[in-house]
Ligand binder design. Sequence first.
Ligand code: NDP
Length: 318
Amino acid sequence: MSENIERVKCLIIGSGPAGYTAAIYASRADLKPVMYTGMLAGGQLTQTTDVENFPGYPQGIMGPEMMEDFRQQAERLGTDIRFGYVSSVDFSSLPHKVTVDENKTILADTVIISTGASAKWLGLDSEQKYSGFGVSACAVCDGFFFKGQDVAIVGAGDTAAEEATYLAKLCRKVYMIVRRDEFRASKAMVHRTVNTHNIEILYNTETKEILGDGQSVNGVQVINTKTNVERTLDVTGFFVAIGHTPNTDIFKGFINMDETGYILTKPGSTQTNIEGVFCCGDAQDHIYRQAVTAAGTGCMAAIDAERYLAAKEHIVTA
Ligand code: NDP
């Protein structure tokens, strides 16, 4: 076999909590997993600061540090972790064919997809500058840090409505920035949001700038697009809830997905529509999107892969 073609038992694509947990389990099951990390090694958690809701860290931990712990654990148990980007796949026959960095071919008996999802951002420089220092794309992860404070959230879909009501329980006041004169969220969620006493909804409003003192957020400048009146909201937290994009483009045409690109798995398992291809983490979960749930499905994917290979071996040797 040429140097640029390699055969592996278990290939893991992506290196967030789902991928690393799959790697830990697959290593211990002797599947000799090879992992390609993707461009953002460690995944979304490397872009956060404190993580206080992952069990096992009583004092909390910084997101990048936690992912380094995951990586070391997977590596110690034998995962071959490589920095590289899967550029295309061909799941039309066995073994599965995966191209890395456009020049290396991996032939894999099983593939675990853990490519995650990316939060959509407004695209303001100030949003990037204060990301992790007052700007967050996950209220459930970071809302706690703004207990008793005033915050703003942008978005008008189900996620924004759900997160606004979540924040309203923790924070003194929540400004909800809605760009049109109506919500996109379901009626029930809208009802709950508009009836929460400490949520103020600003319709026809866009975010112009996130303000700060160089260290953290201390305000948000918004504009009413109907009246052109600008105003500054005195907030210490700014939450972006304008949707997520699952990182699944390269699998289109092979793997069944919903209309927004989330990979569909058989209920109660991580099995996709393709034999030997499993999916875990945010690439298949638009509901929970937590590190711990991603890790849980990563464990499931490795167990599913191991059982699949064991069943195949049994058929071959029987
Ligand atoms: P959606 O795509 O449904 O909503 C995104 C929202 O963000 C829209 O209101 C949109 O505004 C707004 N938006 C997009 N870009 C910008 C921008 N640049 N500036 C300001 N606002 C912007 O995403 P969600 O994450 O809310 O939901 C994704 C899917 O998950 C949906 O199908 C939803 O129903 C589902 N979901 C279900 C839940 C549940 O059932 N409990 C909970 C959470 C999500 P506009 O309306 O003007 O386009």
